[in-house]
Design a protein around this ligand. Structure first.
Ligand code: SF4
Length: 317
């Protein structure tokens, strides 16, 4: 990965570009100023890029929830075919952009990922679905981390999403560097605790997969591994799961640390388990012991630094 910024797609209005139906934007400073230090944004405004002007009449979704139509709210003009044509062409272009994630604008009939209203026969009857572009996007990139900007306000969802983006970048770097069975074993060894923090079931499954890997074709092995990795990281790393990983880590140096050090780290893990201090606190102490006692296996674990410290994603209680 080096110092290269990670390429992440974003709904264009979130960058502060005036592309919305009302001529305005929905600038999200967390995206541009904080994430922008690490991500290189590839922006898309489906409504403008499919040929609609700025400003324009507002649109909504109507009809069959499995294949809704995109219709202007007042004049009843159907823009579904224009939007579908645009989506097909733009997805083809985005496949060449080396994306590791996408941040969608919430509540949009084009970009909305979750709970977008699909009106049935009146304003009061609707079903929930996705915006048209978001729907085509997630079907075309099923493993790519995606999130709705509104949900980035939730500290745990935010951490999970950003962690997944950095992990996906590592996976792509692995696949770009002549992957083989031996390198996969090494890759897996480094991600183990991170996977454990999300899903012990996936960790067990991936352990079996890598152990049997020599008997599987490399293409199948890498594809199955990628699916499991991204599935695992989609499950939340809760406080309870992190506590389990922290205790597991202690097991690696419990014979190296003295009684006082052990007491101190266990007390701190307990405070974290009680939601009184953030995860960064026990991890800082653990990192100190790993350096002090030179525990090589642990020092290579992505769990200890899955994303840049500056993002402060593990500083919430
Ligand atoms: S929500 Fe999507 S379609 Fe609407 S203005 Fe933003 S980028 Fe464009």
């Amino acid at each position: 990965m080096g110092n290269m910024k990670i390429r992440v797609g974003v709904s264009e209005c979130l960058l502060g570009h005036s592309v919305r139906y009302d001529g305005g934007h929905k600038h999200n400073p967390y995206i541009t100023d904080t994430l922008g230090q690490f991500f290189d944004f590839v922006y898309v405004c489906p409504e403008m890029e499919c040929g609609l002007p700025v400003p324009r009449e507002a649109l909504n979704l109507q009809g069959d929830p499995a294949a809704p139509r995109m219709i202007t709210v007042k004049s009843n003009i159907d823009h579904t075919d224009d939007m579908n044509r645009f989506c097909k062409a733009r997805i083809g272009e985005l496949k060449k952009e080396d994306l590791c994630g996408f941040i969608f604008k919430s509540k949009s009939p084009s970009c909305g990922l979750y709970r977008i209203k699909i009106y049935q026969d009146s304003k009061s009857r609707f079903r929930s679905g996705r915006g048209l572009f978001a729907e085509v996007f997630v079907k075309s990139f099923p493993l790519l981390p995606v999130e709705d900007e509104g949900r980035l306000n939730d500290a745990q969802l935010r951490e999970n999403f950003i962690e997944k983006i950095f992990c996906y970048r590592r996976w792509k770097d692995f696949m770009n560097a002549n992957p083989d069975y031996k390198k996969l074993i090494d890759f897996h060894a480094r991600q183990k605790l991170q996977i454990m923090a999300h899903s012990t079931n996936h960790l067990a499954k991936m352990g079996k997969l890598t152990a049997a890997g020599k008997a599987i074709s490399p293409d199948r092995l890498f594809t199955d591994y990628e699916v499991n990795l991204m599935e695992a990281l989609s499950l939340k790393a809760t406080v309870e799961k992190n506590v389990n990983v922290l205790h597991h880590i202690i097991g690696y140096f419990k014979k190296l640390i003295n009684t006082n050090e052990k007491k101190e780290i266990l007390e701190i893990i307990n405070l974290y388990a009680l939601h009184q201090i953030p995860l960064i606190v026990p991890l800082t102490l653990i990192n100190h012991y790993i350096r002090k006692y030179k525990v090589d296996y642990l020092s290579r674990q992505t769990y200890l630094q899955p994303h840049p410290t500056e993002l402060m994603l593990r500083n919430h209680v």
